[in-house]
Design a protein around this ligand. Structure first.
Ligand SMILES: *Cc1c(COP(=O)(O)O)cnc(C)c1O
Length: 382
């Protein structure tokens, strides 16, 4: 290793953004004044209004986290049946599908943006197919127009796991404009957070009552009867307070990340063998992650281990693929592109106060260790 490049303090892939201490304390003062902690409190309602405006969405409901929001959305499909989805996602997507009583059918992904390959969706449609559950991976939108056409042709619902895609727009339209339901995660490590939290944005206004009941044990506010099997997935007032304050600076947060993205790409320009995601012309990105692809799995695994000696923690995100989890019995060989991407991917640090010097060192370390790896490979061959 090269000692000169070692970090004093550990550098991780994400770093939760905390607002100024005093602004949070001031906001939670309202909770004491209201004496209202959870169950659709005043801050919850204010947060909902502000999010509707920010996401340009007619209908939203808030949840304690993104996972339970997604699971609740999937349960409205009525259980039993298949959904076409991607293996290249966080475990949450697939666990939510299974917990909702549905069967995931894995479609391969696109080489360039890691999203579900819309040209392969139709071949997976059967008489049992209920929905397409696609993920805007790393905040890059899926082929939403093609997915829309397919869903209309076969009368399927479209649910987007938009956990990574807060604030993203396509041709000036909010990402919530696409599909029947979109789920956003507001977990501490996401671009925008409320400590933990989830949002469902949806087209059909009638779903609001269903979601409200389902996240509160199935209790319907209009009568005494419990008509559906609910859960407890309510957002509390402390979460809403954090979300309200973070929402004030989200545009600034994304701008800072945009400049970090440009610094990374300028440093990577002259390095061979490392691929990164390119910006898309008609998309306004949120720069939620900075993944790279290296040349082989061996090199990826080598870098992942070696950089720890520099106090640098990278992530194999997403690895393993969801169709490789040992708790399920699927076959990742059926999605060869996803398998290849998952084997070669590494997420680099991405957060708003990441400075240029740190980025320079991260790239130097990767370059240095890649050379060491390549030399050791050459000596093995000789
Ligand atoms: C974070 C995440 C989730 C789950 O959201 P939580 O708010 O952590 O429950 C679901 N899907 C994807 C792709 C995620 O990254």
């Amino acid at each position: 290793m090269n000692n000169k490049l070692r970090f004093e303090k550990q550098v991780n892939v994400t770093k939760p953004k905390l607002p100024p201490f005093r602004s949070y304390v001031k906001k939670i003062g309202d909770i004491w004044d209201n004496n209202w902690l959870t169950n659709n409190g005043p801050l919850h309602e204010e947060f909902k209004r502000n999010l509707k405006y920010h996401l340009d969405s007619e209908n939203i409901e808030l949840f304690v986290n993104g996972h339970l929001a997604l699971e609740t959305a999937l349960k409205t499909l009525g259980g039993k049946g298949e959904v076409i989805t991607t293996p290249f996602t966080f475990a949450s997507t697939i666990h939510a599908i299974i917990n909702a009583g549905l069967k995931p059918v894995f479609c391969d992904i696109e080489q360039d943006n890691f999203n579900i390959d819309s040209s392969q969706i139709e071949q997976h449609i059967t008489g049992q197919t209920k929905a397409i559950v696609a993920v805007h991976v790393f905040g890059y939108p899926c082929d939403v127009y093609r997915v829309d056409e397919i869903s209309k042709k076969y009368n399927l619902k479209v649910i987007y796991d938009a956990a990574h895609a807060f604030g993203v727009t396509i041709n000036g339209r909010s990402i919530t404009d696409f599909g029947d339901i979109s789920m956003f995660s507001m977990h501490a490590t996401k671009v925008f957070h409320s400590i933990e939290g989830g949002i469902l944005s949806f087209k059909s206004a009638e779903l609001a009552e269903t979601f409200k009941a389902m996240k509160n044990f199935g209790i319907n506010s209009h009568n005494d009867n419990i008509e559906m099997i609910g859960t407890n997935a309510k957002m509390n007032e402390f979460q809403a307070a954090m979300g309200l304050i973070n929402l004030e600076s989200i545009n600034e947060e994304i701008l800072k990340r945009k400049s970090i993205y440009s610094i990374y790409t300028s440093y990577l320009e002259n390095i061979k063998g490392i691929i990164h995601l390119k910006e898309i012309g008609n998309v306004s990105h949120n720069y939620s992650y900075f993944p790279i692809l290296v040349e082989s799995k061996k090199l990826r695994d080598f870098l992942f281990e070696e950089v720890k000696k520099y106090n640098l923690n990278l992530r194999k995100y997403f690895y393993p693929l969801c169709n490789d989890f040992s708790c399920y019995n699927f076959d990742s060989n059926l999605t060869p592109v996803a398998k290849d991407i998952s084997d070669r991917i590494l997420a680099l640090p991405m957060y708003s106060d990441l400075n240029e010097e740190t980025i320079r060192k991260i790239i130097k370390i990767i370059e240095y260790e890649t050379n060491i790896f390549n030399e050791s490979m050459l000596s093995v061959q000789h």
